[in-house]
Design a binder for this molecule. Structure first.
Ligand SMILES: C[S@@+](CC[C@H](N)C(=O)[O-])C[C@H]1O[C@@H](n2cnc3c(N)ncnc32)[C@H](O)[C@@H]1O
Length: 269
């Protein structure tokens, strides 16, 4: 088991690393954000958007699913760990490129240790294509408060909801059966087991629509078992870069003639 956050922070300070931003554990190492709380990175330093593309967008098949949306449908992404917002910005960009013009994207995330707003454009500065949306996001993020937060972009077509709270408390407050695809992004499981617990997996399943998908960079066996026990069919896929494997999967859809399936007798509503 890894040392606790306080011990880690102390160790970082003792090692002469730059002081952490109070509360979120942010350190800058060679211009890259680094978490002194969890001794892990927020994203891949040289290829963050490519990693997001491979792990979260591709494995959740989002380009095709966005393109297939009915005219004014709303697609909901759930995320564990908002961080710098890089995943959100990548999903936003893909949605604008693929979805029908009246379709909407709702991106729901949780964040226990919010970064200061000015860290968002600083962390993403090496990707100039995100400069404008990162500035918009940072402007909104400056007003983030503990508990639920909501912002709208692109005339309300893109909705961002972030609970500033611990993952377990935040997910307990989410409505059931809303999320279409999950980005599980809570630092390495060995360093932050709380983000990958059996209780969190069950809360994720509860908040998911039938057929919802998930993707994550980890292939840790106990994380895969927690997600399988919560009802997901879990598979291994090739990982990004030097990572051999990652995980992805889906909740089953009820068979069309199963009790409770849409359009069958006994369907509520
Ligand atoms: C790998 S980073 C997420 C990167 C992010 N998705 C992005 O696009 O930049 C993991 C995030 O999970 C957050 N986190 C860690 N433990 C948490 C917890 N128990 N509840 C909620 N958020 C947590 C961290 O503060 C960190 O921002």
């Amino acid at each position: 088991m890894h040392d606790g956050p306080a011990a880690l922070t102390a160790a970082r300070r003792a090692s002469g690393a730059a002081p952490a931003h109070e509360g979120c554990g942010l350190e800058w190492r060679g211009g890259e954000p680094w978490s002194a709380l969890y001794d892990d990175r927020w994203f891949s330093a040289d290829s963050g958007p490519d990693e997001t593309g491979h792990v979260f967008l591709r494995a959740n098949r989002l380009a095709g699913r966005f393109a297939a949306l009915a005219g004014d449908a709303c697609f909901t992404i759930g995320e564990t760990g908002f961080g710098t917002g890089l995943n959100f910005l990548c999903a936003w960009r893909l949605f604008l490129g693929c979805a029908p013009p009246a379709a909407r994207l709702r991106f729901c995330s949780v964040e226990r240790h919010p970064l200061p707003a000015e860290a968002i454009p600083a962390a993403l500065a090496r990707w100039p294509e995100f400069a404008a949306p990162a500035a918009l996001l940072a402007g909104a993020w400056a007003g983030a408060r503990p508990g639920p937060n909501r912002w709208a972009f692109d005339g309300g077509r893109i909705e961002l909801l972030v609970a500033i709270d611990d993952v377990q408390a935040a997910l307990a407050g989410w409505p059931a059966a809303q999320v279409d695809a999950w980005f599980l992004d809570g630092f390495a499981p060995a360093r932050n087991p709380r983000m990958w617990s059996a209780a969190v997996a069950l809360a994720i399943a509860r908040a998911s629509r039938p057929g919802a998908s998930f993707a994550t960079y980890t292939a840790a066996g106990w994380v895969r078992r927690n997600l399988a026990a919560a009802g997901f069919a879990v598979r291994r896929e090739p990982g990004f870069g030097r990572k051999r494997q990652m995980s992805a999967g889906e909740l089953p859809c009820p068979a069309p003639d199963a009790p409770g399936a849409p359009g069958t007798p006994g369907t509520p509503g």
